[in-house]
Write a protein that binds this ligand. Structure first.
Ligand SMILES: Nc1ncnc2c1ncn2[C@@H]1O[C@H](COP(=O)(O)OP(=O)(O)OP(=O)(O)O)[C@@H](O)[C@H]1O
Length: 423
């Protein structure tokens, strides 16, 4: 467990739970006022999160609104707090970042991150008592009259609350521990009193693996999908990650964020951030004297460094999107097969998507495949269609190659397509 946000240095030690309560120097009234202002004027970009669409922002705003009311006013309105939220979606798209941003936006008194490893190593075998205590520190705040205190508990659910391990005897001990921790988590959420000053945010990249019992209203009842950013989202993320370079005048005039947006289709927020940090590092490596002196001239980082960072990251570094996201994209798309569907169905869906895309974009394509095994992604391959061959021949050859690889590697695949209109 890691305590990542603290409102004040003025701490009271809570020896029962082992966690610290932070006395806020602001009055309850000030805290509610600040919280209300940020909820009403909801914009996660201010807290460093780009690309979260207006629908998801609105959903989040609605879920947090009750936190802006004094207890009495909330009860008069008959409004109930959401006890928990679930942020789910592809890795590296900002789930943890959003959880942290929620903490800032709500002026949370503290934010605690808990992973399955924390629970397994520290609390397993203690009947979950300490885990329960972890979820109920809000009552301590109430006892000492800090009515505006709000704790955010962020739980990494992957590896904790899954139900997929249960039928695999070789990992039954892990499954037992997972089940115990899940039960403790469920019990803790159920024990919440209405006025508890704790909000739980669960994070997962595999919502389908989470026990549905955890996801019902009253537990982690609000589900917000955090998707791979679209072009507008990538621009927001690029702006966020280049803001310091920009304000310190380190970007050369030839840097075009729009061209980076065009060339980062299918990239997660983390990939985009990596392009920016890669460009900074590459331009500094080319000028060791500046590194030695620590005196970097203005307009130092040019488009070439960004292009090089992009080339090093590769066109299919992290194929993230799922099969339904292809429509309306002109540059390419990423498809992930449904692990529950047969291979034939998955490849049929993929071909349908490729076919629709091809009608918009021309004949030639580059396809990059990776196959998923239990251990993660196997190597996969890249396929470039022959510009002289007809589209059906090309897609047939691709399917044949995919079929052969699939026989060696299992059922599921991740495919990343790009269409070349001008070849
Ligand atoms: N939407 C975004 N806006 C701005 N930066 C982002 C965004 N998404 C990712 N990043 C960058 O990538 C980093 C990693 O993102 P984060 O850890 O929040 O992803 P995640 O979805 O929680 O990933 P995982 O599921 O692998 O834990 C962030 O610290 C940030 O630098």
């Amino acid at each position: 467990m890691q305590l990542v946000a603290e409102a004040s240095d003025d701490d009271d030690d809570d020896s029962e739970t082992g966690f610290k309560l932070h006395a806020s120097s602001a009055s309850s009234e000030d805290m509610f006022f600040a919280r209300r202002a940020s909820i009403l004027d909801f914009d996660l970009r201010r807290h460093g999160v780009g690309g979260l669409g207006s629908k998801s922002q609105r959903q989040l705003q609605r879920a947090l609104l009750s936190r802006s009311f004094y207890e009495g006013s909330r009860q008069k309105l008959g409004m109930q707090h959401e006890r928990g939220l679930l942020l789910y979606g592809a890795p590296g798209c900002g789930k943890s970042l959003i959880a942290g941003a929620i903490g800032k936006l709500l002026h949370a008194t503290s934010v605690q991150y808990i992973t399955a490893a924390d629970l397994d190593s520290k609390w397993f075998g203690e009947n979950g008592q300490r885990v329960k205590a972890l979820f109920h520190p809000g009552s301590e705040s109430k006892k000492v009259g800090r009515l505006a205190d709000l704790r955010l508990v962020v739980v990494e659910l992957d590896g904790l609350a899954g139900h997929d391990r249960a039928d695999r005897p070789e990992i039954s001990r892990q499954a037992d521990e997972s089940a115990l921790n899940l039960n403790v988590l469920l019990a803790s959420l159920d024990d919440f009193e209405e006025e508890d000053q704790t909000l739980v945010v669960g994070l997962t990249s595999r919502k389908d693996k989470i026990d549905p019992a955890l996801l019902r209203p009253g537990r982690l009842g609000v589900h917000i999908e955090v998707t791979v950013p679209d072009a507008a989202g990538r621009l927001e993320i690029l702006k966020i990650h280049t803001a310091t370079l920009f304000s310190n005048n380190f970007l050369a005039p030839d840097v075009s964020l729009e061209s980076l947006v065009q060339n980062t289709h299918g990239f997660s927020g983390a990939d985009v951030a990596q392009v920016v940090s890669g460009a900074i590092a590459l331009s500094l490596l080319d000028a060791p004297d500046f590194v030695r002196s620590g005196d970097v001239p203005v307009r130092f980082i040019g488009q070439a460094s960004f292009d090089q960072a992009l080339a090093e990251l590769g066109p299919c570094q992290e194929p993230h999107n799922d099969a339904n996201k292809y429509s309306g994209l002109s540059q390419g798309f990423t498809s992930t097969s449904d692990p529950k569907a047969s291979f034939a169905i998955s490849i049929f869906k993929l071909c349908k998507a490729v076919y629709h895309m091809q009608r918009q974009s021309g004949n030639s394509f580059v396809a990059c495949f990776r196959f998923m095994t239990d251990d993660g992604l196997s190597q996969g391959f890249t396929f470039t269609s022959d510009p002289k061959a007809s589209f059906p021949i090309s897609i047939f050859k691709l399917c044949k190659a995919v079929y052969h690889l699939q026989r060696q590697s299992g059922n599921s695949f991740v495919a990343c397509f790009r269409f070349m209109t001008d070849v």
